[in-house]
Write a protein that binds this ligand. Structure first.
Ligand code: PMP
Length: 394
């Protein structure tokens, strides 16, 4: 008889990630009859399929041996030049060498965690914050602490106090149309946060996947553009929301020493981002007018946001509060005291409508009445019907 000894246990960080009750309920929302405000997906009917297909065809026809081959960790030079030119054109002077192409901006978060965080380091986040960023920092062993926020985002005075007390290594922000709240950090607060980072020594991770999806109001300057914090701010970006998330293309714009550390971390993670996808994206940008495509997407999303805003007063219980995001994909609702968004989700799904309860997005104590609604993947008519279903359960 062979003696069998159990294989060693999973790492504590892997074992600590339990199954989520919400995930199980949301798995039920894949049914076609469900109108879902839960997902965070771009509208697939707005992908420029013809343009992207032509770009892939061209690079595979013209340079197959190159675009199917291994390539450099930093990324396709033409793609980096195109991304740099877009930044420079929007007022943030950038060279191709300032950039590393990443496998989605999600990989940028992972690379930064590897390059910057020791177990026990403190990471400050908005409250609530992007769930997969919380996960990424926790996986790295960081102590993730919430910064007090209001409807405009981080309170710079509270931030300064917390920085002095906790000596954090980095502050993670989604300044434009935040996930999950949809809120935008005003320019004056960006300036004040850059000054805190300068005065007290702090890395800022400025995650900006939604900034180009603006439907109203004026663009706010990147934190990376303030000279006070230029040497300690990392800007993450992505083609997921403006081109197609399945291509998994993002970028990281970082000061030289940190960028080099991220390149080494990326070598260990995946050697490089897909050569053919990068080449096709560069070809797409050269052959098409991304601004015109963006105008089409933002036009449709603006109508969808407005349909959701128009229907909310009749759908939600009296005393509910919600915001009016100037862009992005989400808005944030707070049901009045006594309502639990997690418990109500089950009833909602039974009525073929869904949203995401807000609780998991909080790094501090959760507001059980909070929920996130996405408005991008349904037409205004479907949004209206979804809200009528929600009204029944609320
Ligand atoms: N950051 C934020 C704030 C996001 O909402 C998302 C996507 N949901 C990402 C990063 C990751 O995007 P991607 O990896 O597709 O670029």
């Amino acid at each position: 008889m062979t003696i069998r000894v159990d294989a060693p246990a999973l790492a504590a960080r892997a074992a600590s990630v339990g199954p989520s009750a919400v995930r199980e309920i949301l798995a039920l929302t894949a049914r076609p009859e469900v109108i879902s405000f839960a997902g965070g997906l771009p509208a697939p009917e707005l992908f420029d399929v013809a343009g992207l297909r032509a770009a892939y065809d061209r690079v595979l026809a013209e340079r197959p041996r190159q675009v199917l081959q291994y390539s450099t960790t930093e990324g396709d030079p033409e793609l980096r030049a195109a991304i740099a030119a877009r930044f420079t054109g929007r007022g943030l002077a950038t060279t191709p060498d300032d950039l590393v192409v990443t496998t989605g901006s999600q990989q940028g978060l992972g690379l930064l965690a590897t390059a910057l965080l020791e177990p026990g380091d403190v990471v400050l986040v908005e409250d609530p914050s992007y769930l997969a960023a919380l996960q990424c920092f926790r996986f790295a062993g960081a102590r993730v602490l919430p910064v007090p926020c209001d409807e405009h985002g981080v309170d710079p005075v509270a931030l300064a106090e917390l920085v002095r007390r906790e000596r954090p290594k980095l502050l993670y922000l989604v300044p434009n149309f935040q996930n999950p709240t949809g809120r935008t950090l005003p320019a004056a607060r960006r300036q004040a946060i850059a000054e805190v980072a300068e005065r007290d020594g702090l890395w800022i991770v400025e995650d900006d996947p939604y900034g180009e999806l603006r439907y109203s109001g004026e663009p706010q300057p990147w934190i990376s553009s303030f000279p006070e914090a230029a040497d300690r701010t990392v800007l993450l970006g992505s083609f997921s929301k403006v081109m197609a998330p399945g291509m998994r293309l993002g970028w990281l714009r970082a000061p030289a020493a940190l960028r080099r550390a991220c390149v080494i971390a990326k070598q260990a993670a995946d050697l490089h981002t897909s050569t053919v996808d990068q080449a096709a994206a560069a070809r797409y940008l050269a052959d098409n007018d991304l601004a015109a495509h963006l105008a089409r997407i933002t036009g449709a999303y603006r109508e969808r946001r407005d349909a959701l805003l128009a229907g909310l007063p009749a759908a939600l219980p009296t005393g509910s509060e919600w915001n009016r995001p100037d862009g992005g994909m989400f808005l944030w609702v707070r049901l009045p005291a006594g309502h639990d968004a997690g418990e109500l989700l089950r009833a909602a799904v039974a009525q073929d409508v869904a949203y995401v309860p807000g609780a998991p997005f909080f790094a501090g104590p959760a507001d059980p009445g909070a929920l996130r609604m996405s408005f991008t993947t349904h037409t205004p008519a479907e949004i209206g019907e979804g809200l009528r279903r929600l009204a029944k359960i609320f």
